[in-house]
Ligand binder design. Sequence first.
Ligand code: GBH
Length: 466
Amino acid sequence: MSSPPFPVLPPGFRFGAATAAYQIEGAHDEDGRGPSIWDTFSHTPGRTLGGATGDTACDHYRRYREDVALLRELGVDGYRFSIAWSRLLPQGTGPINHKGLDFYDRLIDELLAAGVSPAVTLYHWDLPQALEDRGGWRARETAEAFARYAALAAERYGDRVDRWITLNEPYCSAFVGYAEGRHAPGAEEGRGALAAAHHLLVAHGLAVRELRAAGAREVGITLNLDRIHAASDRPEDLAALRRAETLHNDIWTEPLLAGRYPLHEAETWAGLADGPWRLPGDLDLIGAPLDFLGVNFYRPFTVAAAPHRVADPEQRTAVDIGAAELDPYGTRHTTMGWPVVPAAFTELLCGLHARYPQAPPIWITENGSAEADTVSPDGQVHDPDRIGYLADHLTAVADAIAAGVDVRGYYVWSLLDNFEWARGYDQRFGLVHVDYDTLVRTPKDSYHWYRGLIAAHRARTEEPAR
Ligand code: GBH
């Protein structure tokens, strides 16, 4: 089977791969690491598929040298990974765990020796359990603890890290964690989730301040912005679209990029969003200038007006906004059940640029697909659907760039198959297959394809080969 032609990206465009700590590291109780909300959640019966946990995951904590060698061989410019807060500060705040600090020193030095630029995510959903016990993201104290953690990381690693991402997908932390209840800590709340959303933004703002003070190179945040379509142009569906836009996108982009709270929040949450957790000065803090905006994209969805699940706004969760999610896309779906619609990626990027022309440059910090990958008798992993997905989505990025959007680089999700949160180990997003019995890594066809793409890009744009 022949692979699609390589998408053509402009000179200077950077390619990378991404992971996150809890999804790959394992070694959950090693070298003084404290428990996080994902340890608690995954060990609670019924929360993850088949009771899967990140106790071992890909055992990256021990095998990181092998994984960096895979990155070097792949030829990527950069690697995006996250730091487990509770490895550095087992209680989230207070005493420092030096063995945890040392691990990321070794990882960063290994990356630099391999010629791979490190991009660090400070928070990819693994809140120290000790902080959850004191209210978690519902409490402002957690944002203040995050700022101290950010300062510690920036002081220790700032001389070697090119790009800092404060938060990964605060939508998931606030609303999947505290309203849908499908992620840790598994709460289903209204005000609690809205307070969490605000405190995550405050945490970001406080961390930006610390990162700047420590002389960090580039500072940004990663959002899972959604391209949402309305089921029809009936007024009620358009109103449902406005509420969904408020919940998924505007709650983040308006304070971060426009210095204000979203216009339609009162109708989305019956006034509950404007709670006492908002303090004067918060918008200034949250809206501090950024060097880049990270965007994660996987698939679009469609909304239609629907009855609220709970009539009384006081009793509703924050995701009960009177909108049903539909999937009218007559396309291929990945094993996550997600429709493959690359044009929606171009629409998202162009829409963002049109709405926020002053926004900083964009980095695609995640994009990829889950497929049913198995090792063939020939010892290879043939994943033509992933190659097609990556080719079409990189072309969608190239289209957005051609239309005037400033996109600087792209990180594939993910380097390795890994712990896919509530979906456990059944969903495989990696360029590299992981056998969870033996922990053997096998580069898939998509790995070889991506390697070829990067090499062809370098040759065409005449950047010095590494
Ligand atoms: C990103 O989330 C994450 O940053 C990354 O860690 C993840 O591995 C990747 O995408 C692929 O999913 O668990 O069945 O309840 C993307 C948005 C939102 C998708 C939450 C999964 C939960 C579905 N994610 N959603 S389930």
